[in-house]
Write a protein that binds this ligand. Structure first.
Ligand SMILES: *Cc1c(COP(=O)(O)O)cnc(C)c1O
Ligand code: SF4
Length: 350
């Protein structure tokens, strides 16, 4: 399915006056987050879906609640229970099935914490957990079972993580992650960035966030100003799985980040019933490139408890990426990757 390009605003053709005039405030994204949909019944009602879906959602939602901002829900197709955006967020009965091979910590993260709030798995890079919260609950997420607070995604944990970064001069790149690190307010985020600026061996700041996609109003002038003030080279990795997630508001938010300047990349997860077709992956890659975003990774699912119904086999995954390689420019083809506990890097499969 191709996105009709003439209906989309090309970010590179927009003037500064437009992007400034539409600049959102800190209040706005806080309000939108507070107003997010948390009740399966309400989501089904808004989308004109059968109430039996809401009833089926309830038991799974008790373990990991439904959470979806209204702006993201507005991109879902009315009356379609198989909508690829809906499928990512609506709890379903299959999450309660125990499936062999699916565990609480599939990527072996919980054994790699040299300080609370710091994940150190790969050379030169360290991941700082800035907070446990997200603006959307993605049903396939491996973090659904991760005990953040226990592992220091707290103010004290972040302090300890920054101290550990300062004490290890092999760390050239700090990756802010979570949860979603952009749910932290600008004052606290600015303080973290300034602390990193002051550590001489840190050269790059990477931010892994789904907020520009699910809550684009988060990209405020306050945020872009604090990023632009940093001496660090900036990389922002957004997370979109389907072309329909990427509307004009998202394109504008991404453009504001890119102007700081920052390199903007996307990571996606290959998900059954969401994006496991050549057409869906082609449309996603083309839309990303249109927004000047590089498709970086296409991850195979991390085998976390409750996500087995999303799994796509490795053979099918390779087939899809091979087809992309035959039809798209090289830079538009994401690396098919899987995280294997104990490996020195993510494993590239194609
Ligand atoms: C994915 C990941 C990274 C970054 O890996 P890249 O291949 O550089 O994108 C770093 N640390 C951890 C713990 C990760 O999971
Ligand atoms: S960490 Fe990312 S994938 Fe997981 S629930 Fe949060 S936004 Fe979704």
């Amino acid at each position: 399915m191709h996105v009709p390009t003439d209906a989309l605003v090309r970010p590179q053709n927009r003037g500064h006056a437009i992007s400034d005039a539409a600049a959102p405030s800190e209040d706005r994204w806080r309000r939108e987050l507070a107003d997010a949909i948390r009740d399966p019944e309400e989501l089904c009602r808004e989308l004109g879906l059968d109430r039996s879906l809401a009833a089926a959602a309830r038991p799974a939602a008790a373990d990991f609640p439904l959470l979806v901002p209204r702006g993201f829900a507005a991109r879902m197709r009315h009356g379609d229970p198989h909508d690829p955006l809906l499928v990512q967020v609506l709890p379903v009965a299959a999450e309660r099935h125990d499936v062999a091979g699916f565990t609480a910590d599939p990527v072996g993260e919980q054994g790699t914490l040299p300080a609370p709030g710091l994940v150190r798995k790969y050379a030169g890079r360290a991941l700082v957990l800035l907070g446990g919260a997200c603006a959307v609950h993605c049903r396939y997420c491996f973090r659904r079972a991760f005990p953040y607070v226990e592992h220091g995604a707290t103010t004290a944990g972040v302090e300890a993580a920054l101290a550990a970064v300062a004490g290890d001069d092999s760390i050239a790149e700090v990756i802010l992650s979570g949860g979603d690190p952009l749910l932290v307010d600008d004052a606290r985020l600015g303080a973290v960035v300034r602390r990193l600026d002051a550590i001489p061996h840190v050269r790059r700041l990477r931010i892994h966030t789904r907020l520009p996609v699910v809550l684009p109003s988060r990209v405020t002038p306050g945020l872009t100003t604090l990023l632009a003030a940093s001496r660090l080279t900036r990389v922002v990795v957004i997370h979109a799985n389907h072309a329909r997630e990427l509307d004009d508001d998202v394109a504008l938010a991404v453009r504001r980040l890119a102007e700081t300047p920052a390199l903007v990349l996307n990571q996606a997860v290959l998900l059954a019933g969401v994006n496991d077709s050549i057409a869906a992956q082609t449309a996603l890659a083309e839309r990303l490139v249109e927004m000047s975003v590089v498709p970086y990774y296409l991850h195979l699912l991390d085998r976390v408890t409750g996500s087995a119904h999303f799994e796509v086999g490795e053979a099918r995954a390779r087939e899809i990426v091979e087809a992309l390689r035959e039809s798209l420019p090289g830079y538009a083809v994401p690396r098919l990757a899987r995280e294997v506990p104990g490996e020195p890097a993510k494993v590239w499969l194609a």
